[in-house]
Design a protein around this ligand. Structure first.
Ligand code: BDR
Ligand code: CA
Length: 325
């Protein structure tokens, strides 16, 4: 059975792979893609998204979303992003893990007239059947939509998120990038009453690594999607090796496509716990996930993945990349 999916992205190297997986895999009916500011400015994330949709010949409409976070920009006293994951190459040139996709042809694709948040309200109010949303950037688009019309939750079958961390962090000493960049939006989403929220935090994405050997499998597939995934992974592997080594050598976390892979085969997540999660909005823990593990608590609001099957994850991507022409 195919899942009807709206994908919200801040493209971004790993977002790009999530887009390709969602657009190509037959188990996903990709209804729309929404862009948001995050890994880069809204202009860059939108341009990158257009190019990736072109690369996989997708006709899926693209809605441009929010240019800035819900509140953060009007709070100059809040702590700033600490780690712009960059590496310096042999020629002394600095590379960011999420660059503009200048290696892809310029795209003539038009973005839809409606802003992404208005699209969510319009589509979800009138939806004939429930929809799954996968959001792998800051949650601003969805939070604005919920602020306009909280009743849209009734047509959201499941919300799958990449964000947060229990025992890890990347943006600050305690917070993960997506939630740190727009903590108020993340809080709004977790308090919205959406029927089912499934979260892939850094705890699982740092375990479901993609290695240089996996890139060799992509190379054998050799399609445009497989080749672009190699580009994205090799740069990410370099960054991880230099700045944030994982438990396997020559490996990277490829966070965002894991959420899409979960929709294709839920068993890719292997240790999923139903817990209560809140977002800190203050001080040193700004944007951090506060997860309640107490046995007796009865206000659980999210299924959190702590482990996954990395081989299955790579197999799922290979299946999709084979379909790229
Ligand atoms: C998340 O932050 C972004 O940089 C990635 O695209 C991913 O969504 C990981 O913390
Ligand atoms: Ca992302």
């Amino acid at each position: 059975m195919t899942r009807k999916v709206i994908l919200d992205v801040d493209t971004g190297s790993d977002d790009a792979v999530a887009i390709m997986l969602a657009a190509l895999h037959p188990a996903i009916d990709l209804l729309a893609v929404c862009s948001v500011k995050g890994n880069q400015s809204l202009k860059s994330t939108t341009e990158n998204t257009k190019k990736v949709l072109d690369l996989v010949n997708s006709k899926t409409p693209l809605y441009q979303g929010c240019k800035e976070a819900f509140v953060r920009e009007v709070c100059p006293w809040r702590i700033k992003f600490e780690d712009r994951a960059t590496i310096v190459d042999e020629e002394g040139k600095e590379h960011f893990i999420h660059e503009d996709f200048d290696m892809l042809p310029k795209s003539d694709r038009k973005v839809e007239d409606m802003p992404a948040s208005i699209f969510y309200v319009d589509y979800l109010k009138n939806a004939k059947e429930p929809v799954t949303i996968v959001a792998v950037g800051p949650l601003t688009n969805l939070a604005v939509a919920l602020a306009i019309d909280p009743s849209i939750t009734k047509n959201i079958e499941e919300l799958v998120l990449m964000g947060g961390a229990d025992d890890e962090a990347n943006a600050t000493s305690s917070a993960e990038f997506n939630f740190f960049n727009d903590p108020e939006s993340a809080q709004k989403v977790f308090q919205s009453g959406i029927k089912k929220i499934t979260l892939c935090p850094l705890d699982v994405t740092h375990k479901t690594m993609v290695t240089k050997d996996d890139c060799k499998r992509f190379e054998e597939i050799g399609t445009p999607a497989a080749k672009f995934a190699i580009d994205m992974c090799l740069k990410r592997i370099e960054v991880h090796t230099q700045r944030q080594p994982l438990t396997l050598p020559d490996a990277c976390a490829l966070h965002d496509p894991l959420c899409v892979a979960y929709l294709i085969d839920p068993s890719v997540l292997t240790d999923v716990r139903y817990l209560h999660l809140d977002i800190s909005l203050d001080g040193l823990t700004d944007g951090a996930t506060i997860i309640d593990h107490r046995y007796f608590q009865d206000n659980r609001n999210v299924y959190i993945a702590y482990d996954g099957d990395r081989k299955k994850f790579v197999d799922i991507m290979c299946d999709a990349f084979k379909l790229s022409k």
